[in-house]
Design a protein around this ligand. Structure first.
Ligand code: GLU
Ligand code: ZN
Length: 294
């Protein structure tokens, strides 16, 4: 048992948990609990305008109904602004980050890669976004499921925002600071965040943090090949469907399910699944069966 393992689940309260988030939460919980590790919960509420009223309580309630118990207090990012501000100040004062006054319109046509207009402009911070300078380097890492992944930060991403013009802190900054602050050793999350990881590796390097290991769980696709949630809106997770949906989520993760699980409580399903957890059985991409959609 590796009790040094610290994992986490970090939902954004912009909506309720859906099947894709259940698969991520379950994988992260099982990977931690299978080795006797800790599993922390963090509410990523850095964007109040996009928050859905009631979502944070509903998320906690759903996790409880599904037997996904967390350790310690829930960390709430809106209470961490002072820590984020101190790091933005430091990066700005060191010249590693700079103020950007570009409008959305000016940045159209660059495929989301920041063209560096404000890099050497020396703008004042007031009313500007803060961007981190990225090196002209390839960042690469080995994901436990997706394998080797690499990205040239300069060419594929460009200098990226760490604090928005409206003062809100960017996900990239908050996630790196909080994973380090909470001592997270293993990040298990959805593959939609795979291409965010090189930015986070760079920030960790800059701030002198050690890198966690990463496991990006498969994107769940519908039988017609579409990403779940695009054309098929994944409904909120019903409390009375916990056992059935946990079994479905286990199958999406390539884990064996047993007949004994069918009529078991969510906690019992998790107890069995935890004993049989095999991270190496997780597929890189997971296609839901037609029957699983309804
Ligand atoms: N808050 C992010 C989301 O809900 C997850 C961040 C992470 O796991 O790194 O998509
Ligand atoms: Zn700019």
């Amino acid at each position: 048992m590796d009790s040094r393992y610290i994992g986490r689940f970090a939902p954004t309260p912009s909506g309720l948990l859906h099947f894709g988030s259940l698969v991520a939460a379950l994988a992260s919980w099982l990977d931690a609990r299978a080795v006797g590790g800790r599993w922390l919960l963090r509410m990523e509420d850095t964007d109040p305008p996009r928050e859905m009223p009631g979502a944070r309580d509903a998320i906690l309630h759903t996790l409880e109904c599904y037997g996904l118990e967390w350790d310690g207090e829930v960390v709430v990012q809106s209470e961490r602004h002072a820590a984020y501000a101190a790091v933005v100040d430091k990066l700005f004062n060191l010249g590693l980050a700079y103020a950007c006054t570009c409008s959305r319109k000016q940045l159209e046509g660059y495929n989301g890669v920041y063209p560096g207009f404000c890099r050497n402009a020396g703008h004042a911070r007031e009313g500007a976004a803060i961007r981190l300078r990225v090196p002209e380097l390839v960042y690469r890492f080995t994901d436990r499921v997706q394998g080797s992944f690499e990205q040239h930060l300069g060419r594929e991403v460009g200098d990226f925002v760490i604090q928005r013009r409206d003062g809100l802190y960017a996900y990239q900054l908050a996630v790196v600071l909080d994973d380090a602050w909470q001592g997270v050793t293993e990040v298990v999350r959805g593959a939609d965040l795979l291409d965010n990881t090189p930015r986070q590796l760079y920030l960790q390097e800059l701030l002198g943090f050690s890198h966690p290991r990463y496991l990006h769980i498969p994107l769940i696709v519908q039988p017609d090949g579409h990403k779940l949630g695009k054309t098929y809106r994944s409904p909120a997770l019903a409390a009375d469907q916990a056992t059935a949906l946990l079994l479905r989520a286990l199958r999406a993760l390539g884990q064996a399910t047993e007949p004994a699980m069918l009529h078991a409580s969510p906690a019992e399903v998790l107890a069995i699944a935890r004993q049989h957890w095999q991270a190496q059985a997780i597929p890189r991409q997971s296609t839901l069966a037609e029957a699983d959609l309804h």
